[in-house]
Design a protein around this ligand. Structure first.
Ligand SMILES: Cc1ncc(COP(=O)(O)O)c(C=O)c1O
Length: 382
């Protein structure tokens, strides 16, 4: 199988598995236990926390481990909302193209007494900075804008967004799940940042929220008081050790890998755009080095994915979570695309295991697949 769905998840690296194994095997102690096995687990956990903090230019007590980025994003939005309520603030701002875990958390807050502004984006997916400035008011307790979009790969102007937030004394949260390890992050400018291990060749089921220590939030999970009383539950020591290892390796390889993957991405884009009635979604330049997203008129994205699968290529129509729903992508609709066109989207996302020969094969297969599907489409014939 040629795996071109690296934005959905990635293959765990050998080095990560090796780093994790002892903590699944003999070193299985609970990091809260007082005996030496517990202390061994605690030491490994805290070493990972320190290493991650350094990479994010944060302090160790600003790293909160949790089960995934979905949880980290929920903790950022709802945790701060609960705290803000005490200070009489009830307004938050998110972009219209956030991942569903941010959008639906915001929506839930909206149904529970908070006011939500959904910021529009332009045809490339960039948030409107003037609109952001206009939307902030004295009740605003949070701006949450993703670093890079998981469907179309557009990289948001986080520096400018951070500047606006700082000038207005409003905390900024950024979902950097797809950006970490692909582009350098301006973590310093954010008050909260979410990451997930399984997008960077780490294990599934571990994520983190970086949160500045000055910013108070409320926990969503109550219990034993783990993770600075912000996320109770026995820590996933093996997962956290693997997460830190995956982050270290991703950063080390980023300069070389990003360039290599961008070359493959550009070849994909060049060839796919030679297919009639095709378009690239997202910005042509300010996009993740591993992301290509296309629309092909008169064909369904799901049919393209199924056909590519028959040819041994794993692709996606959009984000992994919304793929089975057969609804047009909220991201493409926010770009101003008609629902009929948004249905024909294809996302190809590259990773460290892809080679140029995978791309050569894909660009040979893709035009044939589109042609075959169009041949049976009544809309195309008309
Ligand atoms: C931008 C973005 N945010 C959040 C998530 C959710 O991450 P997790 O699978 O760790 O919950 C994803 C995963 O698809 C994502 O792409």
């Amino acid at each position: 199988m040629i795996y071109l769905d690296n934005a959905a998840t990635t293959q765990v690296r050998r080095e990560v598995i090796e780093a994790m194994l002892p903590f699944l095997d003999k070193k299985y102690g609970n990091a809260s236990s007082l005996h030496s096995m517990g202390q061994e687990a605690r030491a490994a956990l805290e070493r990972s926390r320190e290493s991650i903090a350094k990479m994010l230019k944060a302090e160790p007590n600003e790293i909160i481990f949790c089960s995934c980025a979905t949880e980290a994003n929920n903790l950022a939005l709802k945790g701060l909302a609960l705290e803000a309520k005490k200070q009489g603030k009830n307004h938050l701002i998110v972009s219209k193209i956030e991942h569903h875990c941010v959008l639906h958390a915001a929506q839930w807050l909206g149904e529970n007494g908070f006011e939500v502004t959904y910021l529009p984006v332009d045809e490339y997916g960039f948030v409107d900075l003037a609109e952001l400035e206009r939307a902030i008011n004295e009740k605003t307790f949070l701006v949450s804008i993703m670093y890079a979009n998981n469907e179309i790969g557009t990289i948001e102007p986080i520096r400018e967004i951070a500047k606006i937030c700082q000038e207005n004394s409003v905390p900024l949260h950024s979902d950097a799940v797809q950006a970490f390890g692909k582009i350098p992050l301006y973590a310093k400018g954010t008050d909260m940042l979410s990451l997930s291990a399984h997008k960077i060749y780490g294990p599934k089921g571990v994520g983190l929220l970086m949160k500045r220590k000055e910013l108070r939030i409320q926990p969503l999970l109550h219990g034993g008081g783990h993770e600075f009383d912000l996320r109770s539950g026995t820590e996933n020591v093996a997962g956290i050790v693997g997460f830190a290892k995956a982050m270290e390796l991703a950063l080390k390889e980023m300069p070389r890998e990003s360039k290599r993957q961008a070359k493959m991405r550009d070849k994909l884009i060049k060839h796919a755009l030679q297919i009639p009635e095709s378009r690239l979604n997202g910005h042509p330049k300010k996009r993740l080095p591993n992301n290509a997203n296309f629309s092909f008129r008169y064909v369904e994205g799901e049919s393209i994915v199924m056909k590519l699968n028959e040819h041994g290529i794993a692709a996606s129509t959009g984000s992994a979570c919304s793929s089975p729903k057969l609804e047009p992508s909220h991201v493409l609709l926010a770009l101003g695309m008609a629902p009929s066109e948004a249905h024909g989207s294809l996302r190809l996302t590259l990773g460290r295991y892809n080679k140029m020969k995978d791309i050569d094969y894909t660009v040979k297969v893709l035009p044939k697949v589109i042609e075959e599907l169009r041949a049976i489409s009544p809309f195309w014939n008309r």
